[in-house]
Write a protein that binds this ligand. Sequence first.
Ligand code: GLY
Length: 370
Amino acid sequence: MTATVRVALGPRSYDVRVGQGLLQRAGDEIAPLLARPRVAVLTDTTVAEAHLPAFRAACAARGIAVSALALPPGEATKGWPEFARAVEWLLSERIERRDVVVALGGGVIGDLAGFAAAVLRRGVRFVQCPTSLLAQVDSSVGGKTGINAPQGKNLIGAFHQPSLVLADISALDTLPPRQVRAGYGEVVKYGLLGDAAFFEWLERHGPAMVDGDADLRAEAVRRSVQMKADIVARDETEAGERALLNLGHTFCHALEAATGYSDRLLHGEGVAVGCALAFELSARLGLCAQEEPSRVRAHLRAMGMVTDLADIPGDLPDADALLALMAQDKKVVDGRLRFVLARGIGAAFVAEDVPPEAVRAVLRDALAGR
Ligand code: GLY
């Protein structure tokens, strides 16, 4: 069964389709968007091997011609050189204003292809076909596109909404277990930030979901996407409420920078650790009961997730150095530290001017536990 979540943004509204076997029906799903029967696909070499043949066959069955460029897999692709290559390839393929670009892959490909579509001929439409759990529940929905700069992640980009998102749950079957768990970091974030009942559901069903139960996966993705769609519909450009989606991310970005954006810590793992630290900070500041961070950590542990700083291999810098990395975060406004904190599970809010001393103490204690 396929579920449809509508992202309601007036003339830029679109559907997110969530279900099994969607890539095998991609031709039928995409055909109504096309002015002529052809699409250009941006993907990476790993995803191309696993999913491009099915996508091509589905398009061929509807008479849609497919040209594809497979970039190298990994975060390093999300920079100017591969971005320039992608845009110039789209031009050489003569992709026109009324054509559609397809992003087939995880968050790196979705962000890069979306940004390429945003700037190509001043903007062409694009379809997201996210193949990782992280991309299905977060990065493919909401129109944030872009690439990394030497100065930091995602610092170059544009808001450009897709015209359609096809989240094929079956694509998750080919993901390494670590990638599924990392994506789960973003799933649990939704329960923690705004839906205590969803968090309880995850406490009950999370382990079976991560282990491969397709119905549970579809339900977890649908609920996550619904929450994101509702938030994006109310605050497309992150003037306010959308910042809640950054729960755990200020800690996460500092830890990612400290570990060199390497596979010592995947983004979704950093989000999980960051959520646990954000709840710890909330409890220290007297905003929520001490049981709340314990419950968050117990769930992450039960899921086999990276939970504490002690779970990150290798050395980490001290609390002051981590705090300095946070000061470079996009969420710092006029030098003041902004955090997404919580009054309890499912009750996050944006806190302005969080005392650096409290953050330093949380980090110092977390590092001492290593
Ligand atoms: N990943 C956070 C957002 O889309 O706003």
